[in-house]
Design a protein around this ligand. Sequence first.
Ligand SMILES: Cc1ncc(COP(=O)(O)O)c(C=O)c1O
Length: 365
Amino acid sequence: MIPYGRQSIDQADIDAVVAALKSDFITQGPAVEEFEEQIRATTGARHAVAFSNGTAALHGAAAAAGLGSGDLVVTSPLTFVASANCAKFVGAMNAFVDIDPQTLNIDVERIPEIADALVAVHYAGLPVDLDRLSYRPRIVIEDASHAIGATTPYGPVGNCARSDMTTFSFHPVKTVTSAEGGAVTTNDPELAASLRRFRSHGVVRPEGAPPWYYEVTELGYNYRLCDLQAALGTSQLSKVDAFVDRRNELAAVYASGLRDLPVTTAPEMRVEGRHGRHLYPVRVADRDRVATELRSCGIGVQLHYVPVHLHPLYREDGWTDGDFPEAEAAARELISLPLFPTLTAPEQATVIDSVSSIVREDALQ
Ligand SMILES: Cc1ncc(COP(=O)(O)O)c(C=O)c1O
């Protein structure tokens, strides 16, 4: 089966993890600091705080922002559920704004003025145009789980030029992996300090206190990354430009190979910058049949995503079918085609040929 995503691990990654394993620290230690330094260098943000995964990073960002009961947190319905769950984690309320079908991102022109916070998800790696927000809520968090290495007219995604914080996931299907892992970047030193406390049980070490003394000043979690993961993350991050360039090359081959078919190819950048290309989502009619046939040809396509508001957990809050028609229409038609740096030209040709014969057959019926 050609998967829709796959990590690219080379000998340098393996050597980095083995070196970390042989060092004094295997939990959070100097390799985590080095990883954070490299995330700062890659994004241009002043602070980076590594987390155990992208979900923990979103939880940390929502908590550090002071979101809680009575706050309304808006996000896209077309995302992984963690982008919305971060509001629930802190007792805030969820709201959604439908997507713009041209970008598959949240429709930036419909952000309601009652929103306290926006979680702007850069779907498939295409940066949300934060210069076009119809309303800028008090807190703006970018969920850049799909978009490490992407750039915008206002610089690299993660520099927080138009947001308070940006979160990342380093899960293996993402562009850069630390096995499990995540991070939050910010330019605000107080948010950074709050994120560090939250990541580690709310512990503080008062100035002048002996080295064995610490106090717990607030509720925190154990959301730490370990040095083995961080060593992998640092090694991977050194290749981010090559990974993203290769993903964009493969995307260009898909765009031209699928051009004359009844397929809506993945959205392109509409402003200056580089697409992050975590996914290559296309829209097809009769998606379930196309997806089933592709899978039976050994092509592991995937749906990104079941709209968040239609999950049973969210239906309990009163959301229902028809609430966000553009996201629902997209979700009925989307399939993510295989996209990862080591996808070979013959493998990609097989994907294009298979899609072509299946959708042509469909069109004839
Ligand atoms: C948009 C988005 N947000 C958040 C997450 C959560 O990241 P993680 O799986 O590292 O917890 C993911 C990962 O699947 C994601 O795609």
